[in-house]
Design a protein around this ligand. Structure first.
Ligand code: ADP
Ligand code: MG
Length: 684
């Protein structure tokens, strides 16, 4: 059978079913995964020291001849093998604990290379050193006597074992690696040959070669990613034939004049970009990002007016019914005066209501259609949809987004997100879109005050909540779990709801909401809270997106260590939406460095972009919403935080390659498609 880079690793020499499981747990399933499994660092064991010259405390590599070996028992459960090595300048002892088989491993007279830390116990020793027996001239050194890779590993698999497996894999599979990068690209960036790079990634000739190899492979990977993303953008843009909207009509001018506030500079800037896009007959593909409460909805409303004054319809899709309902109310309110006819489509509707709404949509008497993914049902046909607005799009699949777009004829698309995405990520993740950022809050907003406390302070936190409620506020209390879990000793929403509603908050109406509650029931619960009947809402993180209750002034998050920074920030965005001072209390007993750092950052700043940047540094890009759909989480070698400057080069090369579109690039462009397009991605 012919080898392939997609061969399962279990069939590799030295692996077998047990080790395969361990490798799988590291994300290594096929041979190409193994080749792309980058060492965490390297150790230089290439310089042999004279045994006579080594000193206690040094990390050394020596080459010596086996002189004698013996097994000794120290205490009841402690045996150790001592082997004497000499190179003519001195003698050093290798000591291995509780591995009696080591005694027979070394034969007198054999040459062995050893690496380890020198310790002194009467005589100089190396305890449990890495070793390699030199069998003949041709023998490949992989564990010592060279620059040695140190891999990120899991229990049950040692560095020695994985090095051997990787070496076997390189020996049999390296030749299969195709190098689609043409010479012109390589020479411009002085890149190594791809095969060379893979070999040097694992078994480098020098420290510099290891660095070059890593940079080369990171560049290659980012080049493919950028080619994929920019290529897609280009093919989208080609599909012109979009609507050229009328942006100067009365509706929008009157609307802006009628608002009780002035748009912020950021809002105006976003609006200018949207107008330009919508006037153009190409298709708008724009991302509008901005922190919760920065006023994206008004901007979206302006876009709706542009569509309507051009005689078209707009659709607004939100990820949950609660949000769809909320947007429906907000937009109907905003756009009522300009006479926009707004309707709502959701999953569960009375048959007669539904019929009427569907008729309004297809006849064109509905101007703005708000809804959940019910908007893309077969039954919904639009008279002339020319604007799709998608809220929190990362909650939707690419397919759903495409489906909505197909309901119109090349409609303009405006995607909104309140999850701030660090700029480095945004240009990559949303590389196929234009990006508008609203990075200022409307004047007069009172920043939320945030505190981090230990659980010993919970009592006072509960009392604080009571006080806030007595002052007319409402509160959220967030738990990481719905129900008690056997594995994790965490408080759960269900248990704490029982405890608090019957105890501490007996006198106050308390509600509970979480993801397992049916949609209709959820709506009722949210309604009670929004109407200020329920004072305290106990919840899991389902409350995260978009919920807008201006009376909510306190958020208490228990087990705050269980939430990522971006998520904490999203949760906090549920308060501070009204005229009263709001508070966020993070409660955690964790002393882990990460969670302390997160809490400190939350206390210090309300700026979602700053927090997102920090989150990216702490957790890497895989955790960011949207990255999964866009390939960034499929990166194996490149790290877009570490390799920021490489990313820039890759991006500019990708642009050039797509522009020049020469034959020599064909393979590269195909490779990009093969690597990143949907269906070719494994795992995610
Ligand atoms: P987002 O959707 O970005 O979270 P919203 O659009 O819901 O934010 O806006 C939050 C609140 O701020 C709304 O009540 C809105 O009317 C108000 N608002 C929006 N823009 C401004 C502005 N420029 N000045 C004052 N208030 C504003
Ligand atoms: Mg909003």
């Amino acid at each position: 059978m012919k080898n392939s880079l997609q061969d399962e690793v279990r069939y590799l020499k030295g692996v077998g079913p047990e080790r395969a499981k361990l490798l799988n747990s590291l994300g290594i399933e096929v041979t190409s995964d193994l080749l792309n499994y980058a060492p965490r660092r390297y150790e230089d064991r290439s310089n042999f020291r004279k045994i006579g010259g080594v000193k206690e405390g040094e990390h050394v590599t020596i080459e010596g001849e086996v002189k004698a070996s013996g097994l000794r028992r120290a205490r009841a459960r402690m045996e150790f093998v001592t082997v004497a090595f000499t190179d003519g300048t001195g003698t050093i002892y290798g000591v291995w604990f509780n591995q009696p088989y080591m005694k027979d491993l070394f034969k007198i007279g054999q040459t062995v290379i050893l690496s380890g830390k020198v310790t002194k116990y009467k005589k100089l020793q190396l305890q449990n050193p890495e070793y390699e027996i030199v069998l003949d001239e041709q023998y490949d050194l992989i564990n010592t006597g060279r620059i040695v890779p140190i891999y990120p590993l899991t229990e049950g698999i040692s560095q020695r074992v994985i090095r051997r497996i990787v070496k076997n894999c390189l020996d049999s599979y390296l030749d299969l690696i195709e190098d689609p990068v043409s010479e012109s690209v390589k020479s411009r960036r002085s890149l190594m040959d791809l095969k060379d790079a893979y070999y040097n990634l694992h078994f480098p000739e020098s420290v510099q070669k290891a660095k070059d190899a890593l940079n080369c492979l990171a560049f290659y990977e980012l080049l493919l990613l950028e080619l994929f993303i920019l290529g897609r953008r280009k093919s989208e843009a080609k599909k012109a034939g979009g609507v050229s909207h009328n942006i100067e009509g009365r509706l929008i001018a009157d609307f802006i004049k009628s608002l009780p506030f002035k748009l912020t500079q950021s809002q105006l800037k976003a609006l200018v970009a949207i107008k330009r896009d919508m006037a153009n007959c190409g298709r708008m593909n724009r991302l509008l990002q901005g922190d919760v409460g920065c006023g994206k909805t008004v901007v979206a409303a302006c876009a709706v007016l542009i569509a309507v004054q051009s005689g078209r319809q707009a659709a607004f899709m939100a990820p949950t019914e609660i949000l769809a309902e909320q947007h429906y109310k907000a937009l109907k309110n905003l756009l009522g005066k300009p006479g926009i006819k707004t309707c709502l489509v959701k999953g569960a509707m009375k048959e007669s209501d539904k019929k009427k709404v569907l008729r309004d949509i297809s006849s064109g008497s509905a101007d703005l259609i708000v809804g959940t993914h019910a908007l893309i049902q077969e039954a919904v046909t639009y008279k002339s949809l020319s604007l799709c607005i998608i809220d929190e799009q990362h909650k939707f699949g690419v397919v759903q987004r495409e489906k909505l777009i197909k309901k119109g004829v090349f409609p303009d698309t405006l995607v909104m997100t309140a999850t701030p995405i660090p700029r480095t990520l945004a240009i990559t993740v949303y590389g196929d879109m234009d990006v508008s950022v609203i990075d200022e809050m409307p004047a007069g907003r009172i920043p939320v005050k945030t505190y981090a406390v230990k659980s010993g302070k919970l009592r006072s936190a509960y009392n604080f909540i009571k006080k806030q409620v007595s002052l007319g506020g409402q509160a959220y209390i967030i738990y990481p779990l719905v129900e008690e879990s056997e594995k994790l000793s965490l408080k759960s929403a269900a248990k704490m709801y029982k405890e608090l509603s019957q105890g501490c908050f007996k006198e106050l109406k308390t509600g509970m909401i979480h993801g397992r509650i049916p949609a209709q029931e959820k709506e009722r619960i949210m309604d009670l809270f929004n109407k200020n009947i329920t004072k305290i809402l106990i919840s899991t993180s389902v409350i995260e997106v978009g919920i807008d209750n201006p009376r909510a002034t306190v958020m208490l998050i228990e087990h705050a260590e269980r939430f990522g920074l971006s998520q904490l920030h999203q949760l906090r965005g549920r308060v501070g939406r009204g005229k009263m001072q709001s508070y966020c209390i993070l409660c955690s007993d964790s002393n882990s460095e990460e969670s302390v750092k997160r809490a400190k950052a939350m206390v210090k700043t309300n700026d979602g972009f700053k927090l997102a940047d920090l989150d990216l540094k702490m957790r890497g890009p895989g955790e960011f919403s949207g990255t999964r759909q866009h390939g960034v989480s499929d990166l194996r070698i490149a790290d877009i935080v570490r390799d920021k400057s490489i990313l820039r080069l890759a991006r500019s090369d990708a642009k050039l390659i797509l522009k020049q579109n020469k034959d020599e690039y064909k393979k590269l462009i195909e490779a990009a498609e093969g690597r990143f397009s949907e269906g070719n991605k494994r795992d995610s």
